[in-house]
Each structure stands twice: as structure tokens, then as C-alpha cells.
Design a protein around this ligand. Sequence first.
Ligand SMILES: Nc1nc2c(c(=O)[nH]1)N[C@H]1C(S)=C(S)[C@@H](COP(=O)(O)OP(=O)(O)OC[C@H]3O[C@@H](n4cnc5c(=O)[nH]c(N)nc54)[C@H](O)[C@@H]3O)O[C@H]1N2
Ligand SMILES: Nc1nc2c(c(=O)[nH]1)N[C@H]1C(S)=C(S)[C@@H](COP(=O)(O)OP(=O)(O)OC[C@H]3O[C@@H](n4cnc5c(=O)[nH]c(N)nc54)[C@H](O)[C@@H]3O)O[C@H]1N2
Ligand SMILES: [Mo]
Length: 765
Amino acid sequence: MAKETNSENPTDFTGIRRTPPAEKAAGLKAVVSSAQHILREMGPTRGFKALALLNQKNGYDCPGCAWPDPDDERSPLAEYCENGAKAIAEEATTKKLDAAFFAQNSVYDLSLLSDFDIGKKGRIAQPVYLPAGATHYQPISWDDAFTLVAKHLKKLNSPDEAIFYTSGRTSNEAAFLYQLLVRRFGTNNLPDCSNMCHESSGVALVESLGIGKGSVTLEDFYEAEAIVILGQNPGTNHPRMLTALQKAKQNGATIISVNPLKEAGLLAFSNPQQLGGMLGMATSLTDIFLQVRINGDMALLKAIAILMLEAEKKAPGTVFDAAFLAEKTEGVQAYLDSLSDYDLPTLADNCGVPLSQIRAAAEVFIQKKKIIACWAMGLTQQKNAVATIQEIVNLLLLKGSVGKPGAGTCPVRGHSNVQGDRTMGINEKPPQAFLDNLERVYSFKPPQHHGYDVVEAIHAMHRGDARVFIAMGGNFLSATPDTTYTAEALRNCDLTVQISTKLNRSHLVHGREALILPALGRTDEDIVNGEKQFVSVENSMGVVHMSQGKLRPVSDQMMSEPMIVCRLALALYGNYQSNIFWSRYTQHYDNIRTDIAATIPGFEDYNKRVREPGGFYLPNGARVQQFNTATGKAKFTTSEVPTLQLHENEYVMMTIRSHDQFNTTIYGLDDRYRGILNERRVVLMNPEDAAAAGFADGTVVDLFNFDDGVTRTAPRFIVVYYDIPRRCVATYFPEANVLVPINHTAERSNTPVSKMVRIEVKRAG
Ligand SMILES: Nc1nc2c(c(=O)[nH]1)N[C@H]1C(S)=C(S)[C@@H](COP(=O)(O)OP(=O)(O)OC[C@H]3O[C@@H](n4cnc5c(=O)[nH]c(N)nc54)[C@H](O)[C@@H]3O)O[C@H]1N2
Ligand SMILES: Nc1nc2c(c(=O)[nH]1)N[C@H]1C(S)=C(S)[C@@H](COP(=O)(O)OP(=O)(O)OC[C@H]3O[C@@H](n4cnc5c(=O)[nH]c(N)nc54)[C@H](O)[C@@H]3O)O[C@H]1N2
Ligand SMILES: [Mo]
């Protein structure tokens, strides 16, 4: 049996070093860092090939973030970023884990390693099985593995006792087949990483604008007059966005950043694809930096709205887009009336930003007509996330800044195909039209009742109401909140199945029986019937395009995700089953796309259009001011500003990503831009707060959360003095997930509140 998770039993510290936080992102250091990761994992020949194909029209989509590729002008040699290169190094490593590795290392021994060390072991090279009570994973054939899963699934009292998780890297083809398998099996239990990510954006945007996706294209960035970036750290998590911001800036855009931290990538950028950038010449990006306290965004946005209204009253017709408001929206008057509930000094106090700076930002909203709003986890992982996102939409609507060139919504997605997976039906609450289309094409009645999202799935396993857990990628244990509770939930299962590329903690905290099934990744060549296959993905801006792995897989025992789904279906049902001919899909992936085209609107002629260089755009109503809401109009929403009351010794904690990780995958121990090197167990504190509590920079502390009467402890973190608003602290995800209370989720989206956890900080005993 595996021991408790690492967050509960920390290893010794790794040896912190510090440098001053960077004032710009990228530059030569980024190039050097990419090269180091690539060379260490795969050597120069494979490494050069891997990088040369990244994000090229004939190559593969970066398995890092979902930022789009430029439609025409791709840099022929380097259309990638430092962190994309790290993602490739991580996946295309030549190190591998075979039967001998699992025979030598018990699950218990592996569980003692840090996440960083676990990830560095290599690619999983063959299917392995952990029988009940066994200490070591042992080899199993693919046939036997599928038979075992099918046996467990057939044994269940109800299909709803099985959970099918997805992480957003899965291709459209695999995702479509996966949801088809799951719905044919009889459940909508399809939780996915999106539940922890941009679910709040989806809920907010569907209600306000009639589509859960963003409305802008990359071209819009080049035409925008103003861009506001809230709760996002693009220098680390979407580095190629900096190129777009640089161009926007050169075209005259004003950039406003809203963040508790002065992230390097928001401040300035030296483009490593340009000579000036290589030499360290930086473009400064942000014009107005608003250092909000955690979750101060709603108060800030209300204050801006009040100032816009004042200006409009002074000079009617100059600030708001009256024609747009009259023709295309509803509820504007009620929204404007509700602003009188608030006064500016209170709002400024609430968000922690001086009124003078709020006025400067409001002036931009007053003057400019083409505005883009970008946001990510700093907004979505809050209790009132949906309301805050809708407040941004309100501001854009006042300006008519939705669905015209240079303006609109830009929720910046995380995983490279998280948006595509949703389009393909990975959704525990599928729209009725989607289910009806499945029924029409495949002649079976899909389950109509909703399934579990991530948090509900954890509770169901904990209660014993779900007994089989299958994950198409991801690292469920470490990515979800309340690690100890989630570990108990997973251990309660009869069978846990992880379809994975790399070893992670979810393989080590498992059900009574467990399977690891090794999948091909984005970079791997995938040959079926002697023909090279490709898959397709949808980026953050709704462009569907192909992605073809070109590197030789490090083992011939790995299987592609579409093939894994088909083989499982065949083990469950045999070939013929209410018009789903699973074996046909195993012949050629075009057969999958033909059926996607028949099922999902917007994919007509899929096989042809996906082969066009650069792919194709999906229809997007908001982009053309066709709002697919009940009334056909974009909707103003009115919500309240939350107030925060903290006990004397309480802080609010946001859990964020370092520069050296991809979610739960730890590439390295350096957070270069923030100047925190070789250590991840740190807590960033305001120096005055820390001093008042008697902590020096470097003091070792324990962190506690006591919500709902449970004591959650994250022992031994090092205090780092940092420029962060008072009473706010920051730690890294996933080390601090043990503190995130499972029952604290966003209203209406049920996303765990990972960016505002109440904690106490005590000197370590
Ligand atoms: N290299 C790399 N790339 C990635 C990922 C990765 O881990 N590594 N992850 C991918 C995924 S799945 C996702 S979802 C995205 C995540 O991309 P981000 O959302 O940029 O990731 P986080 O580190 O969670 O950063 C949140 C930012 O929000 C700020 N913030 C926190 N709380 C608040 C708040 O209350 N208000 C405001 N205004 N700001 C706040 C933090 O200071 C931080 O700058 O990146 C994707 N790309
Ligand atoms: N506290 C806190 N928690 C968070 C967040 C936070 O900001 N704070 N962020 C949340 C967010 S935004 C997200 S998206 C989730 C992420 O949650 P997940 O998507 O579940 O986690 P990842 O770390 O991205 O998953 C990494 C694993 O995916 C597998 N993998 C990688 N590539 C492939 C592939 O091509 N195929 C297959 N089959 N497997 C592959 C590897 O085995 C790797 O170990 O975490 C969430 N959790
Ligand atoms: Mo995400």
C-alpha cells in the first residue's frame, strides 16, 4: 500500500536560493533553459527534430498551453516558447519505465519520492497491473488489461458507479470516442480538468453571451486599443501570448494588468525570436498595473463601471455604445442603477488599489472603443468567479466591445485541447442537443441525467457510491483539492485505471486493484495499418487543426488513446452495438472524424477541412454579435461585491504555478522570474505581515486550514518576503492542495476555490 501523499510527509528542503524578481520575461535565458531541458531528456538529434516540428503546420500541437498559432506568419524555426520546449522534453524523453523498473521499485518506495523525482523517471513503456494487496506493479498484456476493466465495469450495480475523468490534452478523436463509450455504457460521469479550470468562464459566458468560449481571434489583438489582463500570468503559462501583446503594443494598444503579483511577463518582454530580444532589449508591456488583493477584482470592476457612468453622464453618447446597447443587449438599466449601491472609497478600500490608479484605468475604458479582456485562474478559481467574469462582460458590453474587430472576451485556456474536449462532449452536464445528436447518429438513448463533476466524483468515491475510476490522462490525486480526502476516495475504489504517458502520484494512491495503461503522446508517431495517423485539437480561439506526432515511440508497447478506447469498447461489447462499429474506428482515424462530422455541428467536411494548412475556425456567435441566449440578446447581470472578513491571525492564500512546472508535472525547482530557486515549499508573504507575526525571511512555518471543522496541515514551508498585498499569501500548486477544502467551490460552476484559501501560519515546531 502506498503511504500518505508527499504533501503530508514532506521530504527535506531542497536548498533555497534567491535572486531579485525579474522585470521582464524571456530573452536569452529562456533559450538557454529550453536547450538544457531538451538535451538532458533526449540528446541533440531527437531534440532538434522535436523542436523543429513544434507548432508547425505539418508538425504537432504543443502539449503545453492552448494559446493559438499565428495563422500565417509562423516563425520557421522557433514557433515555441521556453515552457513549450520543457513540455516536449518531458514527453519525448528517451528514459523509460519497463517491467524491470516496476519489479525493482515498490509502490511504497515510489510514493516516498518527490513529484519532481517521480516525473523524471521516464515514459511508462508497457501496461502494468497492481493486484489487490500486491506491493509492486507487474506486467500485464493489453488484452488481459481490457478484459479486467470490462469485468469490473460489468459487475457494477449501475453505470453511475463508474467515473471517467479526462485531462485536457486528449485529442478530439479520442475524446469523442471516450464520451461515446461512456454514454453507451450508460452514464454522464465525465468529470474533467475543466471543472477545476475555466468552468466558471463557461458558465458565465453562456449566460451572458450565449457561448461558453471566448470571442476574439489572434488578429483582434493586433487591432485592439486596450487589453486588460486579469488573474493571469502569461509570461509563465502562455508565453507566446507575449508575442501577441508585444505586437498589440507596437500597434498602439494600452495594456492594463490586474494581479496581486507584479509578474515579470506582465511587465516587459524580450522576444527571443527577435535579435533585439536575444540581446535583452525588452518591450515594456503593462501601462497600468493594478495590484489588487486576492479576489478584489469585483470591487475594482464596479469602481471602474461607476467612473464610466459618471463620464457618460457628463458627456452623453461619448462613453457607452448606445446603438449596440439598444439593439443587442438587455438589462443595462438595471445594471447601471445597481451601481448606486456602492461608493468609490469603499470599493477602493475593498480591492486594495488606490483610487487614483483606478481612475487611470477607468480613463482607458472611457476613452477606448476596442477593448479585449483576458483572464485565467486568478478569476475562475474564486467563490464568486462566475459573477466577476460576468462583471467584465458587463464592462465590455457597455463599450460595444464584443463581436467587433479588436474587441471581445478572451478566457485564456489551460490544457492544449481542453476546449476541444468539451466540444467533443466531455461534459458531465451535456446540452440536450448534443445527446439528441448522438441518439440520431448512433440509435441509442444516451443517459439523460447529469453526471458527477470533479468535486462530486470525489464525494461519490468517498461515500462508496462510485467504485471504478478511469482517467484518460491527468493526475487526479494531485490536481484536485483536499489531497487527504481525495486519497481516501481513490483508495475506496475497487479499480483505478490511469491511461498515462508519465508516472505520477495518481498511480501510487490507488484502488484495491490498479492498472497503468501507457498512451502515445502528442510527439509520438502513430501508425495504423501501415499508415501514419494524425489527430486534431481546438485551441483557445476555436481553431481546429491537425497534430501529427513524428518521433519514434520509445516502446512498441504503448497504444494511442483512440485505440485504447476502441479496444476497451470491444472488450465490453464486441464489435456490433447499436450502430457503433468500434473496429472501423481502429482502421483509420478518418472514420472517427466522419462520425464527428455527422454528430457535431460545425464539423461538416471535417476530414477535408482539417487537412487544410492551419485548420479551420468553428462558428462562434458572440464573434458576430449573434447571441445565442434565450432572448437572442447579450445579457447584463447584476451581482454584489463580496466583502472579506479575516480573523486576526488569518491570511488568504492563492495556490499558483511556478515557472518550472506544468500543473502537477514539475520540470524543475526554479521559479526564475520570481527569483525563488531550488525550492518549492515556500510561502510568499508581505514583509510587514510577516514581521508583525514574528517571521523573518526564511523562517520555517506550518500552514493550516480549519474550514468545516477539519484540520488540514501543510507542514514546513519557508517564508519568502515578497511584494504581495497585505494579508495575502501565495504557495505553489500542488504542494498546497492538501489545504484546499473540498466543499469550498465557486457558486454555479463548482470549481474548487484554489485561489482564496483561508489559512493560518504558525512557526514550525
Ligand atoms: N508552463 C505552464 N503553462 C501552463 C500551465 C502550467 O502549469 N505551466 N498550466 C496550464 C493550465 S491547465 C492553465 S489553467 C493555465 C493557468 O494559467 P494562469 O491562470 O496564469 O496560472 P496560475 O499560476 O494559476 O496563475 C494565476 C495568476 O492569477 C493571479 N491571481 C491569483 N489570485 C488572483 C485574484 O484574486 N485576482 C487577480 N486579478 N489575480 C489573481 C496570480 O498572481 C497569478 O499571476 O496555464 C496553462 N499553461
Ligand atoms: N490548488 C490548485 N489546484 C489546481 C489548480 C490550481 O491552480 N491550484 N489548477 C487546476 C487546473 S487549471 C487544472 S487544468 C488541473 C490539471 O489537472 P490534470 O489535467 O489532471 O493534471 P496534469 O498535471 O495536467 O496531468 C499530468 C499527467 O497527465 C499525463 N499525460 C500527459 N500527457 C498525456 C497524454 O498525451 N496522454 C495521456 N493519456 N496522459 C498524458 C501524465 O501522466 C502526467 O503525469 O489542476 C487543477 N488543480
Ligand atoms: Mo487548467
